[in-house]
Design a protein around this ligand. Structure first.
Ligand code: URA
Length: 307
């Protein structure tokens, strides 16, 4: 198929970062009779892939009445194979944000479902089940009250989290802290915070489905150990991993879901909210839905909407 584009259309495509590859003028037949190098044909489109963003994680919400939906979570995928538990030493000077060379995926460490906290933390810090281990500075396990009633599940560490080894310590984390404070929680008390993915994806790209699948048993075990009374799933990857669904957040929020018998409230990722301020009101409604299921506060303390 050929495209005929005028100068204005070409300029617009260029502005959008779309490049056109057009057929070269027919080459003069080679004197030797051998075929010429193939010319590019047709029109291709190239566009830059965005890095991981919670914008991708959340589409505009539709609200719905409150009802319980039983969503089957993905079954545990831990296998009985045991991968090497030592960590490869990172080549010196390599930026953790540079894409790691592909690693053959191995199974996650075996027996995760029987580990207690110390063993689980060690298993995470030694994990090499996917290529993300090559770019991390350190794993980001989780933080907070290990007997909390509330559990927050985020996506994956970013740069700050990779540096500090703690989830949600960058800008998005500050908003999360304000949201928690608004309902009487803080990261040290009454809440446990963990991500689906324990290693920073290079350049904060979206985690691959295989990376989510390899890491999921760690989160599953964390949830089993904490035994939260309510889970707040923040952002697309948390939601997809916990609820084993591809539905967008906008379609899932506003009602209760279940993970292994624990009520789950779906909401936007704080990083998304930082860029989409009007949706903060929806996130507030989600927090209130969670509060309705399980109070976070000491009696008498009124939640107040975060700014
Ligand atoms: N975003 C997340 O989902 N988790 C973090 O720890 C930081 C940013």
């Amino acid at each position: 198929m050929t495209l005929s584009l005028d100068d204005r259309q070409r300029a617009m495509l260029a502005e959008m970062g779309i490049r056109l590859f057009e057929p070269l003028p027919a080459a003069a037949p080679a004197a030797t009779g051998t075929s010429a190098a193939p010319a590019a044909t047709g029109t291709s489109v190239a566009s830059g892939a965005p890095g991981r963003s919670a914008a991708a994680a959340a589409s505009p919400a539709s609200s719905a009445s409150t009802q319980v939906v039983h969503s089957g979570a993905a079954p545990t995928t831990a296998t009985s194979l045991t991968p090497p538990m030592t960590r490869p030493s990172a080549p010196s000077g390599r930026s953790p944000a540079s894409p790691p060379a592909a690693l053959a995926l191995g199974p996650p460490p075996s027996g995760i479902e029987a580990l207690e906290w110390d063993g689980l933390e060690q298993a995470v810090s030694g994990c090499q089940a996917c290529g993300l281990c090559q770019g991390r500075r350190q794993t980001v396990f989780g933080v907070g009250d290990r007997q909390a009633d509330w559990m927050i599940v985020g996506e994956a560490p970013g740069e700050q989290e990779d540096l500090r080894g703690e989830p949600f310590v960058g800008n998005a984390g500050q908003l999360l802290d304000s949201m928690l404070q608004a309902v009487g929680l803080d990261r040290g008390h009454r809440v446990y915070i963990a991500n689906v993915i324990k290693c920073r994806p290079p350049g904060n790209r979206n985690p691959e489905p295989s990376e989510v699948a390899q890491c999921e048993p760690f989160l599953r075990r964390q949830i089993a150990l904490v035994k939260p009374r309510i889970i707040l799933a923040m952002g697309r990857f948390a939601v997809q991993s916990l609820l084993a669904t591809q539905e967008p957040i906008g379609k899932l929020r506003g009602r209760l879901h279940q993970y292994e018998g624990v009520p789950v409230v779906v909401t936007y990722h704080p990083a998304y909210l930082l860029r989409n301020l009007p949706d903060k009101a929806k996130a507030w409604a989600d927090l209130c839905l969670a509060l309705d299921q399980f109070p976070s506060t000491e009696p008498g303390r009124e939640p107040s909407i975060p700014t």
